[in-house]
Design a protein around this ligand. Structure first.
Ligand SMILES: Cc1cc2nc3c(=O)[nH]c(=O)nc-3n(C[C@H](O)[C@H](O)[C@H](O)COP(=O)(O)O)c2cc1C
Length: 179
């Protein structure tokens, strides 16, 4: 069975990225796909300073093992200045070796409609740092796509389905190839 780790990359207590990722996790549950969310707000995350992994704290070691044991990822990216938020980039810098040559989907939350191209930054960072391949489509939401805590946009919900179809298919194909 494949397992997907969802990474929630916003430190905002009222994060819409977290709401978007929760909607994505619910879809994985409906499909019976094993998944677990790592929320950056719950971690004792240290700054990446290129020390060996064993010198980071216990929280970091635990997360690293979970990522290494998973086959795929969904990154929840809050858009900051047309790019990836600092905490999420720091997370990837620390854990890049645990994600080597795996597959990922991207869901992103922004303040406005015009920053869609910023998702390309995350795809590029994952490709260059970990040889992670990201599937299309990427999912992009703004505040208008929510009613309270719920993702209500039909378009965004359909995109999540499409993204998960691709991601799960790629994970199964990779598993068969390695069997
Ligand atoms: C430092 C900073 C930079 C931001 N830059 C952008 C931006 O370039 N484009 C955009 O559409 N929204 C931008 N925003 C708005 C966030 O994307 C928006 O608040 C989003 O909801 C953040 O995700 P969160 O709710 O999970 O924290 C920025 C917000 C912050 C705090």
């Amino acid at each position: 069975m494949v397992k997907i780790i969802l990474i929630q990359g916003s430190l905002n207590p009222d994060s819409h990225t977290a709401k978007l990722l929760a909607a994505t996790a619910r879809e994985l549950d409906k499909r019976g796909v094993g998944n677990e969310t790592i929320d950056l707000r719950d971690l004792e995350m240290q700054f990446c300073d290129s020390r060996p992994l064993r010198e980071y704290n216990e929280s970091t070691q635990t997360v690293h093992k979970k990522l290494a044991d998973a086959q795929g990822f969904v990154f929840g990216m809050p858009v900051y200045c047309y790019s990836v938020s600092g905490p999420l980039k720091n997370f990837i810098d620390i854990h890049s070796s645990a994600m080597e040559k795996k597959w990922a989907g991207i869901v992103a939350q922004a303040g406005g409609k015009s920053s869609y191209m910023s998702l390309g930054d995350l795809a590029q960072i994952l490709a260059f740092e970990s040889h992670v391949t990201t599937v299309q489509p990427h999912v992009y939401t703004t505040y208008a796509d929510y009613d309270g805590d719920e993702l209500t946009s039909e378009k965004a919900r359909a995109k999540i389905q499409e993204m998960l179809d691709k991601l799960v298919a790629c994970l199964h194909a990779a598993k068969e190839e390695n069997a």
